[in-house]
Design a protein around this ligand. Structure first.
Ligand code: ME8
Length: 517
């Protein structure tokens, strides 16, 4: 019998609206997913990482009209010039990019809803009530701010009254509450779980799933005078991208998702509507929906709608993509809100990346060059540093797997600080003056080089460019193989072999005038 292929660890980001260009809020979620992906790959797991764009709905239709373009031309343009390039800008290693206008999506979405219609999960009714186009969400009157404004966008909502089709969402309240109770890991962090619990305990209303006043959407298969509501089209991207209904081999290898990364603004869609849709179709449920907090500007959510978004390139052009990736995950507890400031970005760049990590790498590579002609000597490594390394690997693995990026990076940088301290205390530059202490100097060089070998692997998920430069300067590949093939589980047991050719390294995080500002 052929071996059953291992189920992939499946990570997703939200698919982003193409009404405007991406800002660092979008990059934040996508980088978090990328780090998770790269970490799990280095644990030896198969990983499937999906991102993409959400192209239907009124918001995109309006943006296209404002630019005098058809919605399809507009979405093609935005995907090619803005949304796909930003992935390269911040170094994303996604496996697929789904667009909701692709036939592989639209056809499978129609099949899915036809199935639910045939099963009696859908009925015709009338929706009258508020709708926020910026959220693409039907609102409850009680949720609105004074003056009838959307609580997220601070903009007036539309009052709509349409004959629509409805999904029997209210039937699923009990099953959802059981799900949250039996699987506390389903919604994370705890604050998000509590919010979802409170919401569902308050009772659910059936959901309007079609719109009939515009046609930029997927036609309802049983009534083409309606299009599907953009959210119940968009949520299905996670399943259509991996072959729902038409490619069972791929689907069974990847489904269900292990982690849906979402911003807290779209938590209810993912933690309430989405599992109800899957239950109605008898599909397995995702393991976890993890909600990240907001990047704030002046205390408010950074947003395309409010034009407060900072494009990622504005940061990467000064600090590089590794530093952007590092900064947000180190600075903000994943799951809570946080602010960006140039001052704090520059301070972390200087103190942690340049002065701690970069400096340790420069010190070691130049000392091996100066004292040992660039060849790593034979020596045992310092047992205390080896012990700390083993603890650091465990802490980092635990942190990354729980999406505690801050904790994982905190542990790794504490180790880097300790190794820097070890170099300072052992004073290799003094040892080098005394031939009788050559063995001690060898120990310091081997210990430090090997600690950096481990750091390259520990930081590869977050800073792939710096990690690759370091791996190459350490000359690690001939002895140990490519960086990407290093396994987290082996990290504390492997050593950089004697005889390794170490090259002097250009600063990993150079100080530029702008980064020092
Ligand atoms: O909601 N802080 O798309 P969207 C942190 N198409 N994260 C932020 C952020 C901020 N200020 N701004 C955006 C949609 N994000 C739907 C999703 S999924 C089936 C459909 C991130 O373009 C965060 O992850 O408005 C948020 O959920 C996502 O971008 C929303 O992007």
């Amino acid at each position: 019998m052929p071996a059953t292929p291992e189920k992939a660890f499946y990570v997703t980001t939200p698919i982003y609206y193409v009404n405007d260009a991406p800002h660092i809020g979008h990059a934040y979620t996508t980088v978090a997913g990328d780090v998770l992906t790269r970490w799990h790959r280095q644990r030896g797991e198969q990983v499937f990482y999906l991102t993409g764009t959400d192209e239907h709905g009124e918001k995109v239709l309006t943006a296209a009209a404002e630019h005098g373009m058809t919605p399809q031309d507009w979405t093609d343009y935005m995907v090619q010039t803005a949304w796909q390039p930003v992935l390269r800008e911040v170094d994303i290693a996604n496996d697929d990019f789904i667009r909701t206008t692709q036939p592989r999506h639209t056809e499978r979405v129609q099949q899915f809803w036809q199935l639910l219609y045939d099963r009696g999960e859908v009925y015709k009714g009338n929706y009258t009530g508020p709708y926020c186009v910026s959220c693409e969400e039907f609102k409850l009157p009680s949720e609105l701010l004074e003056g009838g404004l959307c609580p997220i966008h601070g903009r007036p909502v539309k009052e709509i009254s349409e004959d629509n089709y409805f999904f029997r969402l209210s039937d699923y309240a009990d099953r959802l509450l059981t799900l949250y109770r039996e699987h506390p890991e389903f919604v994370q962090p705890a604050s998000a779980r509590n919010e979802v619990l409170r919401f569902v305990e308050g009772g659910l209303q059936d959901l309007s799933i079609t719109r009939s006043t515009f046609d930029w959407g997927i036609p309802v298969p049983w009534d083409p005078s309606h299009v599907l509501y953009v959210w119940i089209d968009a949520l299905l991207n996670y399943a259509t991208a991996v072959g729902l209904g038409t490619d069972p081999d791929t689907f069974n290898r990847i489904w269900p998702p292990d982690v849906h990364l979402v911003g807290k603004d779209i938590l209810r869609f993912h933690a309430v509507i989405w599992p109800a849709m899957l239950l109605a179709a008898d599909l397995a449920l995702p393991r976890t929906v993890f909600a990240n907090g907001w990047l704030l500007v002046g205390g408010e959510k950074m947003s395309k709608t409010k034009l407060t978004g900072i494009p990622p390139a504005q940061i990467t052009s000064v600090f590089g993509s590794d530093a952007l990736r590092y900064y947000f995950l180190r600075e903000i507890t994943y799951g809570t809100d946080g602010s960006f400031s140039w001052e704090s970005m520059a301070a972390r760049y200087r103190a942690e990346l340049a002065d701690q990590f970069g400096n340790l790498a420069s010190r070691l590579t130049s000392m091996v060059g100066r004292y040992r002609g660039g060849v790593l000597p034979t020596a045992t490594t310092d047992p205390e540093i080896a012990r700390m390394l083993a603890e650091t690997v465990d802490a980092a693995d635990d942190g990354f797997c729980r999406l505690d990026f801050q904790g994982a990076l905190g542990a790794t940088f504490a180790f880097i600080r300790a190794v820097n301290g070890y170099v300072t205390t052992t004073e290799p530059w003094q040892l080098a003056k005394d031939d009788a202490r050559a063995a001690d100097l060898d120990t310091v060089l081997c210990t430090t080089a090997d600690a950096l070998r481990a750091c390259a692997v520990l930081l590869n998920a977050v800073m792939p460019k710096a990690a690759a430069s370091l791996w190459s300067a350490l000359g690690a590949e001939p002895g140990l193989g490519p960086l990407a093939a290093q396994r987290i589980q082996d990290l504390a047991h492997v050593r950089l072999p004697a005889g390794t050719q170490v090259r002097k390294l250009a600063p990993l995080f150079p100080r530029t005038e702008e980064s020092a500002a």
